[in-house]
Design a protein around this ligand. Structure first.
Ligand code: 5GP
Ligand code: MG
Ligand code: MG
Length: 211
């Protein structure tokens, strides 16, 4: 890892051009979403399904905010990655999961995502749950909705914030696996990726992404 390319910027905080959503703004919105989900899922014994890795922080805050907690609520995780060559995604989303029909059949599933962008990921995951696992229903809670970049039409049932068309990091979201632990969401300074010879990273850029 070329730490030297960020000389002068000693912490991840120093790499932020701007903060879009502060920690307190995120926490307030997550509480609202949690209360709404608790109401909507009373009596439905929901299966809360985190889409890894990007959703890990939103997931852990959101599940604690689902109050009063519906009886029968359980949780699980699924890993979704899209693979691209160069800066273009193939549009193919791969799922890694041990979820099978016996765990999902008849359940009301709530997918928890960090961000819905093109909607290829969330569409692939919800098809898998409905068609191969026999879920009774599938809904999505996403912290961010970057709806300008949709390739498939998809409207999440629960959205934290409608997000501008910029590459964002923090609160679970990464750039090349970095910045996930920040408690806020921000945009990187251009010099943080200029050493890669690109202006701004593509969310589905080279190698494995989309998680
Ligand atoms: P999709 O295009 O399939 O809707 O989004 C796939 C995944 O790309 C998201 O779950 C997320 O992991 C990643 N992604 C999309 N936009 C951004 C972004 O602005 N920043 C980061 N860090 N990841 C993104
Ligand atoms: Mg990523
Ligand atoms: Mg994601």
């Amino acid at each position: 890892k070329e730490v030297a390319s960020c000389s002068g910027r000693r912490t991840y905080h120093d790499d932020m051009a701007k903060v879009l959503y502060t920690e307190s703004v995120i926490q307030a919105r997550v509480s609202e979403l949690g209360r709404q989900i608790a109401q909507d899922y009373q009596g439905k014994a929901p299966l809360i399904l985190g889409v890894l890795k990007g959703s890990f922080m939103f997931f852990s805050d959101l599940v604690r905010a689902i109050e009063p907690c519906p009886r029968g609520l359980t949780l699980d995780f699924i890993r979704a990655s899209s693979y691209g060559s160069g800066t273009e995604s193939t549009g193919e989303v791969k799922l890694k999961t041990d979820l099978r029909r016996e765990k999902v059949e008849g359940r009301h599933v709530l997918l928890v995502e960090d961000i819905v962008d093109t909607a290829l990921t969330i569409t692939t995951v919800s098809r898998f749950l409905l068609e191969e696992c026999g879920a009774a229903s599938v809904a999505t809670a996403t912290l961010l909705d970057k709806h300008e970049r949709r390739k498939l039409s998809y409207r999440p049932e629960y959205t934290g914030f409608v997000c501008p068309n910029e590459f964002v990091v923090g609160y679970g979201l990464d750039f090349d696996e970095e910045y996930r632990t920040l408690p806020y969401i921000g945009v990187l300074k251009p010099e943080c990726y200029s050493h890669l010879g690109i202006e701004a990273p593509e969310p589905d850029g080279s190698g494995e992404s989309g998680d």
